[in-house]
Design a protein around this ligand. Structure first.
Ligand SMILES: Nc1nc2c(c(=O)[nH]1)N[C@H]1C(S)=C(S)[C@@H](COP(=O)(O)OP(=O)(O)OC[C@H]3O[C@@H](n4cnc5c(=O)[nH]c(N)nc54)[C@H](O)[C@@H]3O)O[C@H]1N2
Ligand SMILES: Nc1nc2c(c(=O)[nH]1)N[C@H]1C(S)=C(S)[C@@H](COP(=O)(O)OP(=O)(O)OC[C@H]3O[C@@H](n4cnc5c(=O)[nH]c(N)nc54)[C@H](O)[C@@H]3O)O[C@H]1N2
Ligand code: SF4
Ligand SMILES: [Mo]
Length: 693
């Protein structure tokens, strides 16, 4: 038995793992015992990686479509044949419509610098990642206050005294280290406050749980800020030194009293006041967690800013037990791993397909773009015709709101390529599928893991590929060569690429064998709170009145707009995850589909009684853009205005036999509406009607 240290990829948290291999077979996977917070533990999906490895329903060789799109008629192809086919089509598209008519969308991954290089090399500005769908508005909110993205920040839960989670369902929407840190904090006496219109597993572990009226967290936060400022509960020394715009904030929150918020949120004014006092007494070691998925409402950026502002008032930014900025090797005078995107490319002057970075859409992060603009851009040839889509580890049909709109858009394309491991719905709809080796079968690009201690991790290959599959970084290189830009890919194997990446770091590939990671230094790095906080805003401080927002013509504190009260059989659709599945990608996993095979719709018991609905009744659910059937789950554990379902079900790919046709896909119902300032879709701003099917 051999131990191999690697990184899980059953979801993109990438937990460090130890894989036990015997005679070329994976026998066991567990959390990497050398990594604090992992120590052997794994989530159910991580453990089910073995089942993905041995899955006979994976894509096993390159496939070229022979029937109509979505009909499911395929022929197997060799790699040469499939890559030549894709390269020839891309050449035609580029010749006729220009390189900008090629779009590449992917879930951010370790080889993202390779796919970005591919796009820069062919001259297209149109690389996007999933980021905005997940947390684009959180990203923009963080930049508006601190000049850093959410990805450059984290929370030191382990040392916190009070943790406040707004629908951050940590015990079900899992990151293993985070779960363990939260449990450690709770064992050490920290308090947990959890706010969600639905009693999630995390709610059941909290000291204080508020079943908030859906969509009204911003009202709650304005009232909390009101109390904290009027009772002077904030960290005055920190705020005086590091925060600008307090006077404007104070004036703004004047009308937002706890009594006002009680009406909007359903949370009693006395509880809001009591909580503000309690949490402030523990400052600065408190965390108002800025969330993970922040793609709920059209005013999302302001909700996320209000959470971050609460931290600023508590002085909990850049402190033990609070929120901190991640430090890179530069903090120790060292160098990070190289990326292919560090090379120089010809400048691309055309705007992006989503217009991010133009006056139309100034604030979302251009490193990620805005995926939900894809269908409107294709359908309207706006800003120009788009003719080819490469979807890498990403499923636009299920992961972007309004599936019907997306299908219409895909129908307009000359070429759809999916780089996949499974028959996802988008792969099923594609013209060509290029199968990637799954994570246990490949050496991947270096993971630069910045944090309190900068480190690097490596996904090391555990076993040889079972089928005729390749790594995405090799696929992009081989496509690049066929398009005449092979010089940007200076490697012939993953090992050569990783060695090239590591050159400036002072570490070698061999250094990763023992534990799967290397550390640049031993000590935690915090900046000096007296004089050394390095905010990247124009003022060098936390900008409550944000130059980023104001310079782009957006207010820092827009007046609160009340959420409409719902009645009858109309509900606000809210969605989320459970511990067993990853988004849209694990529903066909043999182990996980046995544990949980079909989503249901949570309906409040009192409302269900009014409407004559019972658990297991088949419901017909309609929105303005789609409809479908799903079973009812009648419960007191949800607010009467919300209807909740798990994301990721209702698969259409017939070769994914364990999940095809089971449950309902939320993206069919969700309207393609968004936070135009922050950049995220508003996944919880669709109203649905519910009746017996
Ligand atoms: N309607 C709706 N849309 C959403 C959300 C929602 O709740 N509702 N959630 C949003 C959020 S938070 C996120 S993060 C995104 C996630 O959106 P996606 O990234 O699209 O979803 P995933 O399930 O993570 O995986 C996408 C695909 O990656 C494939 N895959 C898995 N491993 C590999 C691999 O090693 N190589 C390759 N090439 N492919 C692989 C899977 O088979 C799957 O088809 O969706 C967002 N979109
Ligand atoms: N098991 C598992 N773990 C995962 C993932 C996965 O797919 N599966 N994906 C990872 C990724 S990419 C992400 S983004 C994270 C997501 O992590 P989270 O953001 O924590 O998870 P979601 O399930 O998307 O959270 C939605 C929660 O918000 C609640 N909610 C709905 N409306 C409101 C509201 O108005 N106010 C408040 N306060 N709450 C509301 C919902 O009821 C639900 O419980 O999980 C990560 N971990
Ligand atoms: S949270 Fe679970 S599925 Fe995601 S990387 Fe970690 S172990 Fe794997
Ligand atoms: Mo996400």
């Amino acid at each position: 038995m051999k131990d191999i240290y690697s990184l899980c990829f059953m979801c993109s948290i990438r937990c460090p793992i130890k894989i036990q291999v015997e005679a070329g077979q994976v026998k066991w996977i567990e959390g990497n015992p050398h990594v604090p917070g992992m120590e052997g533990s794994l989530c159910p999906r991580g453990a089910a990686g073995i089942s993905l490895l041995y899955d006979t329903e994976r894509v096993q060789s390159p496939m070229i479509r022979t029937g109509e799109r979505g009909e499911g008629k395929w022929r197997k192809a060799t790699w040469d044949e499939a890559l030549n086919h894709v390269a020839d089509k891309l050449k035609q598209v580029i010749q006729t419509h220009g390189a900008q008519s090629v779009v590449l969308g992917e879930r951010t991954n370790l080889a993202t610098h390779v796919s970005k290089t591919f796009m820069k090399a062919i001259g297209s500005p149109n690389h996007f990642t999933h980021d905005a769908l997940c947390k684009g508005s959180v990203n923009t909110a963080c930049r508006s206050l601190f000049g850093y993205t959410d990805a450059q920040m984290n929370a030191d839960m382990k040392n916190s005294r009070h943790i406040v989670l707004y629908g951050r369902n940590m015990f079900e929407a899992i990151s293993v280290k985070e779960v363990n840190n939260l449990m450690d904090a709770l064992s050490a006496g920290a308090k947990l406050t959890y706010i969600d219109p639905r009693v999630s597993v995390t709610a059941t572990k909290a000291h204080r749980y508020w079943m908030i009226r859906p969509g009204t967290d911003l009202a709650l936060n304005y009232a909390l800020i009101h109390v904290i400022l009027s009772e002077r509960l904030y960290d005055a020394a920190y705020v005086d030194r590091w925060v600008t715009g307090l006077a404007e904030l104070q004036e703004f929150v004047q009308p937002y009293t706890p009594q006002w918020a009680a009406e909007e949120t359903g949370i009693a004014a006395s509880e809001i006041i009591e909580f503000a006092r309690e949490v402030s007494s523990q400052k600065p070691s408190v965390i108002f967690h800025f969330g993970y998925r922040g793609a709920h409402h059209v005013n999302e950026i302001y909700m996320r800013r209000s959470i971050l502002i609460l931290n600023a008032l508590m002085g909990s930014i850049e402190t033990k037990g609070g929120i901190f900025f991640k430090k890179g090797p530069g903090a120790l005078g060292r160098k990070p791993a190289r990326k292919l995107t560090d090379q120089s490319f010809e400048k691309i002057t055309l705007p992006r397909f989503d217009k991010v970075g133009t006056p139309d859409f100034p604030l979302p992060d251009p490193a990620h773009g805005v995926p939900q603009m894809l269908a409107p851009a294709i359908l309207n040839d706006d800003p120009y015709p788009i003719r080819a889509l490469i979807a890498n580890r990403f499923d636009p049909l299920k992961s972007i709101p309004d599936t019907n709109q997306m299908k219409a858009a895909l129908n307009k394309l000359d070429l759809i390529v999916a780089i996949e491991v499974n028959y996802s719905d988008t792969a099923w709809y594609a013209d060509v599928i290029l199968p990637e080796s799954m994570y246990l079968e490949r050496l991947d690009c270096v993971q630069q893991a910045n944090g309190l201690k900068p480190q690097m991790f490596l996904r090391q290959q555990a076993v040889a590929p079972r089928y005729d599959t390749r790594e995405a970084a090799m696929i992009f290189k081989q496509l690049g060569e066929r398009l005449g830009v092979g010089q940007y890919f200076p490697y012939n194997s993953m090992e050569e690429l990783v060695r090239w990446q590591l050159e400036p770091t002072g570490f070698t590939l061999e250094d990763f064998k023992a534990k799967g990671f290397v550390a640049y230094g031993k000590e935690q790095i915090f900046w000096d709170r007296k004089d050394g906080l390095q905010f990247k805003t124009p003022s060098g401080k936390i900008e409550l009145v944000s130059s980023l927002l104001e310079n782009a013509g957006f207010p820092s504190f827009p007046p609160y707009e009340s959420m409409p009260k719902l009645s009858g059989n109309t509900f606000r659709l809210v969605v989320g995850r459970n511990a067993v599945h990853t988004h849209i990608s694990t529903q066909n996993n043999r182990y996980l589909s046995e544990l949980f095979s079909e989503n249901v719709m949570w309906i409040n018991a009192r409302k269900a009684a009014e409407l004559g609905l019972r658990t297991n009744d088949m419901l017909k659910v309609c929105s303005s853009c789609g409809s479908g059937n799903v079973k009812a789950f009648v419960t007191e554990l949800i607010h009467p205005e919300a209807a909740f379902t798990l994301h990721g079900f209702g698969h259409e790919a017939k070769l994914a036999t364990r999940c095809c046709g089971k449950g309902l896909s939320d993206s069919v119902l969700q309207e393609n509406i968004m936070d135009r300032v922050g950049g995220s879709p508003a996944l919880h701003d669709t109203f649905v009607t519910v009746k017996l099917a």
